[in-house]
Design a binder for this molecule. Structure first.
Ligand code: NDP
Ligand SMILES: O=C(O)C1=N[C@H](C(=O)O)C[C@H](O)C1
Length: 251
């Protein structure tokens, strides 16, 4: 069966902060049709034959089951929900591999500034003795550290393989004072009324510091990336992790 030139889009978590913005963004796009708004208790299997792509902004405890149900329904998943680890991603990779031509994206952050910040941090990480990450979010966020901070720390750690550990003379500290270690990289999480989504990567050398900072002041910052993913996922079979997989960031 040939694919429709228009893309039929379902949104999971449609009543949430992100899901409602995605519904508006899809409704406002000329080439996309919003065909379903799903929330807790709605049947993902019913999307079979009705939706081409489904965008999941739900909760970490629900997202993996949603994605497997979408794959079973032949719907391409675009996932912004956080909480994924490598074994969960591998299960999705394996499942997608069983369905010819089906693609999926799991992206911890759809804001271009955040995607670039993660890339720049990975590029810079091997050139500095010290690296620490501070993520700052609205207080309604249920997970810490943020998915973006975990993804950033993992990329930084990969880039620093074989390097000496960052200097740190701490002998005694209150639990949590030095943050959480993600692959050896300290990550500090702030929850503050008034914030949306922010991250700083601090890189230090003797006598100098590089600070890479991304600020999402509004959830509109995520929408161009979400729409790009919705328009791209059907042409990229298998699992892609990170929106940078759909961008050409080479210079
Ligand atoms: N990748 C990115 O760029 C971004 C990712 N995020 C991530 O997206 C996720 C959602 O964030 P946010 O919108 O702020 O959270 P919200 O809590 O505002 O929204 C989540 C929504 O999902 C619903 N929900 C819960 N379980 C299910 C389920 N099984 N099926 C369908 N819907 C369900 C919730 O319903 P109810 O309230 O009734 O439980 C709620 O409406 C988080 O993991 C967050 O970290 C956020 C911003 C950007
Ligand atoms: O919950 C949020 O708001 C956000 N979640 C994502 C994360 O955990 O990284 C993306 C962004 O930071 C906003």
């Amino acid at each position: 069966m040939s694919e429709s030139p228009r893309t039929r889009v379902a949104v999971l978590g449609a009543a949430g902060r992100m899901g409602s913005c995605v519904c508006d963004a899809v409704t406002g796009a000329d080439d996309l049709d919003l065909v379903a708004r799903l929330d807790v208790g709605d049947d993902v299997a019913a999307l079979a034959g009705r939706a081409d792509v489904a965008v999941d902004f739900t909760v970490p405890s629900a997202t993996e089951a949603n994605v497997h149900a979408l794959i079973d329904a032949g719907v391409h998943p675009v996932v912004g929900t956080t909480g994924w680890d490598e074994s969960a991603r591998q299960r999705v990779r394996d499942h997608l591999g069983e369905v010819d031509g089906l693609g999926g994206l799991i992206a911890p952050n759809f804001a271009l500034s955040a995607v670039l910040a993660m890339r720049f941090a990975a590029q810079a990480a091997a050139y500095f003795e010290s690296v620490e990450i501070i993520e700052l979010h609205h207080p309604a966020k249920v997970d810490a550290p943020s998915g973006t901070a975990v993804h950033t720390a993992q990329a930084v750690a990969r880039a620093r393989q074989g390097m000496p550990a960052a200097p740190d003379a701490t002998e005694t500290s209150l639990e949590g004072a030095r943050g959480a270690l993600v692959d050896g990289v300290p990550v500090h999480a702030v929850r503050l009324r008034g914030l949306v989504a922010h991250e700083e990567i601090l890189l230090g050398n003797p006598g100098e510091q590089l600070t890479i900072r991304t600020d999402s002041f509004d959830r509109s910052s995520f929408m161009p990336g979400v729409l790009l993913a919705v328009r791209t996922v059907r042409s990229r079979p298998g699992l892609t992790v990170g929106l940078d997989g759909y961008l050409d960031l080479s210079v």
